[in-house]
Design a protein around this ligand. Structure first.
Ligand code: SAM
Length: 307
């Protein structure tokens, strides 16, 4: 986000900085827990797609407080490197890759997790079908990992994009969980198609054996299994908070909260190895090709302009 857009940043963006969260997303997990008590009795958690780490911060704070002196295990996974967080073990990797899933499973060393959360989102292309498809792949990958590490009666929370084919995913979730609710936290912008599935009471079908080599939705089940588990269209409960008990995430900072005196604050934790680092260095050293230079170097009679 460039400097000129700072006035449009919303109230949760500002609150995140004030309270020391690395990203405004922290409030989404806080609101999910406030409504569904997903941290109750939880000691072992997997945080998938965790960078820059605000959900891991929330997990570290709330779960370690809840556990008091009992041991906790929090494993955070992301494609990107993350600055350390107390009490959180990090794995850098792609959650759609077998090798990453194996590392997570290995870290749990036969023990099961009480909770798996996934806030995965691809770099949005703006091509909605494509974005939804990639988002679904992350969801499928996270459900696959969940099937290996989550204990019976455990909880799974994941970000979804509410696209036209989403009912199939709800059905998929309800094969494994007794309760599947879609929740739109007040901190999630109402203009965004994002929501979260809160799946409670993990109880896979009798005889189900998770297999990484045989991913979900890819012919992993026989027709008989699909019929038996009613993998057809269904309606899932949807909860959104439309009352006035929370700040409206579409409220902008400057105009409605901070007024003219609002001062921007530094990021709580800057990215430690961002993909745009090289470009930033080049810009600083004035080494980035300027658009005018590029245009000058393209001749109108160059072959690419031919018929
Ligand atoms: N929950 C995080 C927080 O509170 O700081 C924010 C997560 S951010 C919305 C989405 C993350 O998904 C990005 O950090 C991105 O690197 C990660 N991601 C996207 N595809 C992934 C993949 N295939 N494997 C692992 N992480 C992935």
């Amino acid at each position: 986000m460039g400097k000129t857009s700072k006035d449009k940043r919303d109230v949760y963006y500002r609150l995140a900085k004030e309270e020391g969260w690395r990203a405004r997303s922290a409030f989404k997990l806080i609101h999910i827990d406030d409504n569904f008590k997903i941290f109750e009795g939880v000691r072992r958690v997997v945080d998938l797609c965790a960078a820059p780490g605000s959900w891991s911060q929330v997990l570290s704070k709330r779960i370690r407080a809840e556990a008091k002196n009992e041991a906790t295990k929090i494993v955070a996974v992301d494609l990107q490197a993350m600055a350390p967080i107390e009490g959180v073990f990090q794995i850098q990797g792609d959650i759609t890759k077998l090798s990453t899933a194996q590392k997570i499973i290995k870290h749990f060393d036969g023990e099961k997790a009480d909770l798996v959360v996934c806030d995965g989102a691809p770099d949005v292309t703006g091509l909605h079908d494509m974005d939804e498809y990639i988002q679904h792949q992350l969801l499928v990958a996270s459900l696959n990992i969940t099937n290996h590490v989550l204990k019976e009666k455990g909880t799974f929370v994941a970000k979804i994009f509410r696209g036209k084919d989403i009912s199939f995913l709800y059905s998929q979730m309800s094969v494994f969980f007794k309760s599947v609710i879609v929740f739109k936290p007040p901190s999630s912008r109402s203009s965004s198609i994002e929501a979260f599935v809160v799946c409670k009471d993990y109880s896979p079908p009798p005889g189900y054996v998770p297999a990484m080599e045989n991913p979900l939705m890819n012919g992993g089940y026989s027709e008989e299994f699909q019929n038996a588990t009613k993998l057809n269209k269904m309606i899932t409960s949807f909860i959104t908070l439309g009352d006035l008990s929370h700040l409206d995430s579409d409220t902008t900072v400057k105009l409605e909260v901070g007024g003219e005196d609002y001062e921007t604050m530094d990021a709580v934790q800057k990215p430690i190895s961002p993909f745009y680092e090289e470009s930033v260095q080049k810009r600083k050293n004035n080494m980035l090709a300027k658009m005018e230079d590029k245009l000058e170097s393209i001749s109108l009679d160059s072959p690419s302009y031919g018929p």
